[in-house]
Design a protein around this ligand. Structure first.
Ligand code: NOJ
Ligand code: CA
Length: 562
């Protein structure tokens, strides 16, 4: 099978079902490409790299927020849902970007942030100005404080990013925020909030976007009793019943049924994918029904070790779950919220490194301490190649195609992530999320490695140059070449959404076949695995000689001709 032939295979996106097995590439716009040299990535920067995206072979781009924002949370604090941040461009630039992507057959998904706005959003400013008991305040979640003059918080809850979840506004009232204090939560019992988002979904759909990634999809609807439970009581409450006061309530699906009616007004219908960190695959499946958002992120692989048994169980469970609900599965190894997978796999398995300090679990040693860079990247390439052969869609995060590692040594004063500053409970290594958001290296030297003409908004370490697009472009062994080859073959080989496990006789080797005979074999162990004569290797994450798959490697096979 000649690669050139595979590369010219058309993207199979001409049906309303395009999303079911798409390879979606996540762009974190402020760190992708900076066209005007101010250190911040922008929409014209994306336009200038459309050929790169085309050649990479992805089917769709998902853009993290590019809306006006005070950047209290990397743009997830939106102050206007229907505009572009002036630092990133204009609506006209957005239209040009959509046109440039569509001209190459690449779809575009934008991020919608409906759980909370920025405290600079006009609706929140109006809520503050209008005062207690006003209809404006009812669009957010306000409560009277405790104590004589409301000087004490209504409850002792902690926010997801650490620190208190209630913030005083100076008149005895407090507002609730799941995340940073600059991100007040909307009150989804208020019809104005519904209207605001229906308008937003139509605004971007009318501008040609193909779909939406829904931020914190499981958080919108709350049901807060008159007397608020304590943080400890809240923590002890069941998250699988659909009745938790804050998370994953069953009523949230009424919101998405309303959105679905809007999506279906368009031809082809707009698509959506839920970010829903819920307790079980069963709870997740509720977000992914055809009457709801249609698809939900499955973060199980992202949370797993490089381990055959974990991979097999996760794959089997999720395929069963998506088949039962009429959705298609999603696979993710990296995104803008977690340590890059090359780095995760270069550290000892999490299970072994979690240690208890007082009442807290911590990860022993900072990421740089015991990092096996080459081993981590080798395992990351193997895991990615295995994931790309799975039925369903796959979400890739910018920079993983270069095999980038996490940047761990960003000085505190240059960090931006509120989770770092507020001491988020889930931030086990204490380093926050800036390390995976460092601007991409396009060239091996020059100011900001070709990201722009000046310094980038987060510091880039020297080693980034060796993993630049320019350095990897012509090298057939590079991670970039591996992704290009695999994505091109994936277009050509894509087939029905099933897989059949093939027993390997080895606990550390997984092998499956898709309906057309396309096979993927992953060796999670260290001993060689003979591939046998059943097929021809078309791509591998490490060199395969004499049909022997080495340890920490994946190969794809297709039926041999004749
Ligand atoms: C999930 C997003 O992925 C993350 O980056 C953000 O901080 C939170 N939602 C809050 O919007
Ligand atoms: Ca810029």
């Amino acid at each position: 099978m000649a690669l050139t032939e595979a590369q010219t295979a058309p993207r199979r996106l001409d049906t309303p079902d395009w999303w079911r097995q798409a390879a979606v590439y996540q762009i974190y716009p402020r760190s992708f490409a900076d066209a005007n040299g101010d250190g911040i990535g922008d929409l014209r920067g994306i336009v200038s790299r459309v050929d790169y995206l085309d050649e990479l072979g992805i089917d769709a781009v998902w853009l993290s927020p590019f809306y006006p924002s005070e950047l209290a949370d990397g743009g997830y604090d939106v102050s206007d849902y229907r505009d572009v941040d002036p630092r990133l461009g204009t609506l006209a630039d957005f239209d040009d970007m959509v046109a440039a992507l569509h001209a190459r057959g690449i779809k575009i998904i934008v991020d919608i942030v409906p759980n909370h706005s920025s405290d600079q959003h006009e609706l929140f400013r109006a809520a503050l100005a209008a005062g207690k008991g006003s209809p404006e305040r009812d669009r957010y979640i306000f409560r009277d404080g405790l104590g004589e003059n409301g000087e004490l918080p209504p409850a002792d809850w902690r926010s997801v990013f650490g620190g208190p979840a209630w913030e005083p506004v100076g008149d005895g009232q407090w507002y609730f925020h799941h995340f940073a204090k600059e991100q007040p939560d909307f009150n989804w019992d208020n019809p104005d909030v519904h209207e605001e988002f229906l308008k937003t979904l139509r605004f971007w759909s009318d501008r040609g976007v193909d779909g939406f990634r829904v931020d914190v999809a499981h958080g919108l609807v709350k049901d807060l009793p008159e007397v608020l439970p304590s943080a400890a009581e809240l923590d002890a409450m069941d998250r699988t019943s659909g009745r938790h006061p804050l998370w994953d309530r069953d009523e949230v699906h009424e919101v998405y049924a309303e959105w679905r009616r809007v999506f279906d007004e368009y031809d082809p219908p707009r698509i959506a994918v839920a970010e829903a960190w819920v307790a079980t695959p069963e709870r997740r499946a509720k977000y992914a029904t055809p009457a709801g958002l249609g698809q939900a992120f499955n973060f199980d692989l992202l949370e797993a070790d490089f381990d055959a048994a974990q991979f097999r169980e996760i794959i089997t469970d999720n395929l069963a779950q998506s088949a039962a609900t009429g959705s298609s599965s999603t696979w993710v190894l990296s995104n803008h919220d977690v340590v890059r997978h090359a780095t995760r796999y270069g550290l000892a398995p999490l299970q072994g490194r979690r240690v208890k300090q007082g009442t807290e679990w911590i990860i022993a040693g900072g990421p740089e301490d015991q990092l096996d860079r080459d081993g981590g990247l080798r395992r990351a390439r193997a895991a990615t190649l295995f994931m790309l052969a799975l039925p369903g869609s796959t979400y890739l995060y910018q920079g993983e195609e270069l095999g980038l590692h996490e940047v761990a040594d960003i000085p505190a004063e240059q960090r931006q992530d509120p989770a770092f500053f507020r001491g988020a409970d889930h931030d086990k290594d204490g380093l926050g999320r800036d390390g995976c958001r460092v601007p991409l290296p396009w060239t091996s030297d020059g100011p900001s490695f070709g990201f722009g003409d000046g310094p980038a908004h987060l510091p880039q370490p020297e080693w980034l140059g060796a993993s630049s697009v320019a350095a990897e472009d012509g090298d057939p062994e590079s991670t970039l070449s591996l992704y290009r080859r695999a994505l091109a073959l994936r277009h050509r080989l894509q087939t029905g959404e099933e897989l059949e496990w093939i027993e390997t006789g080895r606990a550390d080797v997984l092998r499956f076949a898709r309906p057309n005979g396309w096979q993927a074999v992953a060796n999670f162990g260290t001993e060689d695995y003979p591939l046998g004569t059943d097929g021809q290797v078309v791509v591998s994450s490490a060199p395969v000689a004499g049909a022997v798959l080495p340890g920490a490697a994946t190969a794809w096979l297709v039926p041999s001709a004749g």
